[in-house]
Design a protein around this ligand. Structure first.
Ligand SMILES: NS(=O)(=O)c1cccc(F)c1
Ligand SMILES: [Zn+2]
Length: 244
């Protein structure tokens, strides 16, 4: 006897905190108790830039709390792990978060994990307060100049002494909500912190992104034309804003 799926079963669907989302800024709730983000960064923690096939990561040494994110909407100290980008097949799309229906050409994700409560990134990703990801739209030339050496999947390249501050705007006001990873396995473990200041990105830089290949050197070259997930339903969530 097959189980009948009732409306309740749908309501109890456990995937109701998915990301990305469309942020309707007029619906965001100003929360005066939200603190400013505290971003501490040591440029000696950057290690390498690697083509993962669906995107490229700049990876950091996360064996100690040298580059950390705290305060903001967070109740713990989160350790910097990696940052990566999402982009589209044209300059008309590419970002994952959408602001009042507006899509941006690319989105940077700076990924941190809760090193105060958990022993590792992998462990933290199994918990709702495990990760914090800063979403921001900006790019500096040094990254794109390095992409030529990452052409094929699996390629990696030393990338040291990178100053993360170059990726961030001065204005760190943000929207925050609870969501998920935007790629497999979509764990609902992310406190999203989407910066309200979007920084322009050049078409030439985006073209270099699309020049990355998701194939290995012995396969027919296939470029990573796009890697952004569609927006997901908000369900019962409220987006809070750090600014009135
Ligand atoms: N795109 S994202 O949600 O920032 C993400 C996906 C997978 C792993 C990870 F550490 C971060
Ligand atoms: Zn991402």
């Amino acid at each position: 006897m097959g189980a009948t799926v009732s409306q309740d079963d749908n309501d109890s669907d456990c995937h109701t905190h998915q990301s990305p989302i469309n942020i309707w800024t007029k619906m965001a709730l100003y929360d005066p108790f939200l603190k400013p983000l505290k971003i501490q960064y040591d440029p000696t923690t950057s290690r390498k830039i690697v083509n993962l096939g669906h995107c490229f990561n700049v990876e950091f040494d996360d064996t100690s709390d040298m580059s950390v994110l705290s305060d903001g909407p967070l109740n713990s100290r989160y350790r910097l792990r990696q940052f990566h980008f999402h982009w589209g097949s044209s300059d008309k799309d590419g970002s994952e978060h959408v602001i009042d229906g507006n899509v941006y050409p690319a989105e940077l994700h700076i990924v941190y994990w809760n090193s105060q409560k958990y022993e590792s990134f992998e462990e933290a990703a199994k918990h709702p307060d495990g990760l914090a990801v800063i979403g921001v739209l900006k790019l500096t030339n040094r990254i794109t100049l390095n992409l030529v050496s990452l052409l094929i999947q699996g390629k990696e390249h030393s990338f040291t002494k990178y100053n993360l501050a170059r990726l961030l705007p001065n204005d760190l006001d943000y929207w925050t909500y609870h969501g998920s990873l935007t790629t497999e396995p979509y764990f609902e473990c992310v406190t999203w912190i989407v910066l309200q200041r979007a920084i322009p990105i050049s078409s030439a830089q985006l073209t270099r992104f699309r020049g990355l290949l998701c194939t290995s050197e012995y396969e027919k070259p296939v470029p990573i034309m796009e890697n952004h997930r569609p927006v997901q339903l908000l369900h019962d969530r409220v987006v809070r804003s750090s600014r009135l």
